[in-house]
Design a protein around this ligand. Structure first.
Ligand SMILES: [Zn+2]
Length: 59
């Protein structure tokens, strides 16, 4: 069965604004994305989704 996952959700560190692809877990034939545990650059654990981030910037 070839199943193409959707594009991973992206998350933005609210501290240094680096964008991460969400961590993928494959469960029950569906893909779940979650934010990284902490930012590799600054150690912050505060993430928003890319969509939220863009909305904040343009609002
Ligand atoms: Zn960061």
């Amino acid at each position: 069965m070839s199943h193409t996952p959707e594009l991973p959700e992206r998350y933005v560190c609210t501290n240094c604004h680096i964008v991460y692809a969400g961590t993928v877990r494959h469960e029950d034939d569906t893909y779940h994305y979650s934010a990284p545990d902490e930012c590799a650059a600054c150690g912050s654990t505060d993430f928003v989704t890319f969509e939220q981030y863009v909305r904040h910037k343009t609002a």
